[in-house]
Design a protein around this ligand. Structure first.
Ligand code: SAM
Ligand code: CA
Length: 233
């Protein structure tokens, strides 16, 4: 069994490499490439959205004609740039991160691409911002798309609020729902400390989303796993 997991894992890595070389890098926007290369030199580069997931998000936002969006967890802005490039000229993204420095590392590239005017960046924890918005009834049902890619131990707290802020028919995307493959790891599997710490939160989230009658879900093995939730009521 363990061997099968390993074999499948390395096969998935080869598939991803093939997808990147064949379909993603040849079509990647020059600003996305530049930002990816800048981010690769940053010590926390493991946090960035992969290029195939960036392409996926960009396509998804266009398919659903997203105009008013939100992102929790910006880092240097790769998924943010994928989003802003997909939005119409008057589209908006409310982007939140506790760290402004990393956002500012990518900002010149986003500015050069001519899409920075769509961004409302808020430095600080996302939860209080969501709580403020919940108090304002005009914000309810106002977001077409919300991408959640921050502190995994808060995803269920985010979900409680986001379900009211996303419009009926709109989509919330929870990122890293395969959590480095740890969701299928045996209890004794060696896991990095941070992976082990967040694993149970991700497992709990996945169960809660699967049981939530207010949404339809689709969990995709893109990047480290993304679960799309479409609000029903
Ligand atoms: N989406 C990003 C990208 O494409 O590169 C990656 C985001 S990274 C995985 C997670 C980010 O969440 C970090 O930049 C971190 O500072 C931020 N973060 C952690 N806790 C947060 C919180 N409570 N509120 C907002 N952002 C938070
Ligand atoms: Ca992520």
């Amino acid at each position: 069994m363990a061997e099968n997991v390993e074999t499948n894992g390395s096969q998935q890595a080869r598939h991803q490499e093939y997808i990147l070389e064949t379909s993603v890098y040849p079509r990647e926007h020059e600003a996305m490439k530049e930002l990816r290369e800048i981010t690769a030199k940053h010590p926390w580069n493991i946090m960035t959205t992969s290029a195939d997931e960036g392409q996926f998000l960009n396509m998804l936002l266009k398919l659903i004609n997203a105009k008013n969006t939100m992102e929790i967890g910006v880092y240097t802005g790769y998924s943010l740039l994928a989003t802003t490039l997909a939005l119409p000229h008057d589209g908006k993204i409310l982007a939140m991160d506790i760290n402004r420095e990393n956002y500012e590392l990518g900002l010149p590239v986003i500015e050069k691409a001519g899409v920075a005017h769509k961004i409302d960046f808020r430095e600080g924890p996302a939860l209080p911002v969501l709580d403020e918005m919940i108090k304002d009834s005009t914000k309810h049902g106002s977001f077409d798309f919300i991408f959640v890619d921050a502190d995994k131990d808060n995803y269920l707290n985010y979900h409680k609020r986001l379900i009211d802020l996303v419009k009926v028919g709109g989509v919330i995307g929870y990122d890293n729902t395969l959590w480095n493959g740890s969701v299928v790891a045996t209890p004794d599997a060696p896991l990095r400390k941070y992976v082990r710490y967040y694993k149970d939160f991700v497992l709990e989230l996945n169960k809660a989303l699967a049981a939530d009658p207010r949404i339809e879900i689709c969990q995709l093995p893109v990047g480290d796993g993304i679960t799309l939730c479409r609000r029903l009521t």
